[in-house]
Design a protein around this ligand. Structure first.
Ligand code: TXA
Ligand code: MG
Length: 340
């Protein structure tokens, strides 16, 4: 793999023009979005897209999401837009929703992971929109982490994972949503949620009453499984530390931690300091689903930075937008749940 001196760019017009030029030249650039940072390349340029897979160490059958900055860009990318897809696009774009649709011939199979469909998203982050527009191309962009690691919500996280592997990162500040987009497919007017996000099941039901949540959202899938969303079967979002989900009332969880935590290398992640005890190191990740989504990945990366070996994360509420937080945490914890 080619080595680069990775430049940190700002979101000023000059730097955006520079990033757009790199993208036009077939290079990969780290870009901010409202969900998480993405590792972008021209979605129609096979050799550029291959560089994304190399930089991330991503399995080649895991498809990439293609980002647009205007709904008119959709025509080049997909062969059909169903009425339900159009309604969802009109309601939730720009925003954290990816719609899987039949791909057009302009999308190479490298981008779609060998599938005949492509996931498209119109991000609401102004800098992302400016970069796409300046480049004039739809951009394929997975989350900008090394494959398997927590997704990056700060430019610094991208640098930590991608230093030397890509020529540039555009710093657009901290991602406000914090977990990746909701991914949906549509079959016979039924919306199937392949990955939950901050566009919740209830919000989707507002547009179309038939919404189902794919079994892969809450279950552990075998690596050989034939799944609707290939990303769901791979190890995901894991820091170096072993993560456990801890489930139970505050008093019971505190008792469990006091009995089982004996070293500074064990860390508890709670909602807002409620698990703090004499011997327990605690980091909060928020009391609402929105706060938890915004903070989860940064807190997991923080645990690694301070040398944690085991991390006990308090189980979030799974309802509504909380489903997205729980889905990421389940994978970060490799489905290890302690019930007290
Ligand atoms: O918020 C996001 O979606 C971020 C930002 C950068 O936009 N991107 C992101 O991409 O999370 P990535 O590659 O880390 O996750 C894409 C997920 C994977 O689970 C993949 O399997 C699924 O979307 N996906 C993409 N295209 C698909 C398709 N055609 N059919 C089914 N699943 C698809
Ligand atoms: Mg990812």
């Amino acid at each position: 793999m080619q080595r680069y001196e990775t430049k940190m760019l700002s979101d000023c017009d000059e730097d955006i023009a520079y990033a757009a030029q790199l993208l036009k030249n077939g290079e990969v650039v780290g870009i901010p979005t409202e969900t998480v940072y993405g590792l972008a390349a021209d979605a129609e340029n096979e050799s550029a897209v291959k560089k994304i897979f190399e930089a991330k160490g991503r399995p080649s059958d895991n498809p990439l999401i293609v980002h647009i900055s205007d709904i008119s860009m959709l025509d080049r990318l997909v062969s059909v837009v169903s009425p339900v897809a159009l309604k969802c696009a009109e309601r939730f774009w720009p925003g954290p929703l990816t719609i899987v649709m039949p791909k057009s011939d302009n999308i190479p199979y490298v981008t779609s992971g060998g599938l005949d469909t492509v996931g498209v998203r119109f991000p609401s982050h102004k800098t992302a929109q400016k970069i796409i527009s300046a480049c004039g191309k739809a951009l394929a962009a997975p989350s900008a982490n090394l494959s398997g690691s927590p997704s990056p919500t700060l430019a610094k996280h991208v640098l930590d994972d991608m230093n030397g592997r890509i020529p540039a990162i555009v710093d657009g500040g901290s991602c406000t949503v914090g977990v990746e987009s909701t991914v949906i497919s549509i079959e016979n007017d039924v919306i199937r949620v392949l990955r939950p996000g901050m566009v919740s099941v209830d919000m989707l039901k507002d547009v179309c009453e038939n919404v189902i949540v794919d079994e892969g959202v809450l279950e552990q899938l075998d690596i050989t499984a034939k799944v609707r969303s290939p990303g769901m079967k791979y190890k995901h979002y894991s820091p170096k530390a072993q993560v456990y989900i801890i489930k139970g009332g505050t008093r019971d969880v505190v008792t469990y931690l006091e009995e089982h935590i004996h070293t500074q290398k064990d860390i508890a992640v709670d909602f807002c300091g409620e698990l703090a005890g004499d011997h327990v190191r605690v980091l909060p990740y928020g009391s609402t689903a929105k706060e938890q989504a915004q903070n989860l990945f940064a807190v997991l990366r923080n645990c690694d930075d301070i040398g944690a070996e085991r991390v006990f994360v308090r189980c979030p509420d799974k309802s509504g937008e909380g489903l997205a937080v729980y889905n990421r945490l389940l994978r970060a914890a490799a489905f290890r749940i302690i019930e007290v």
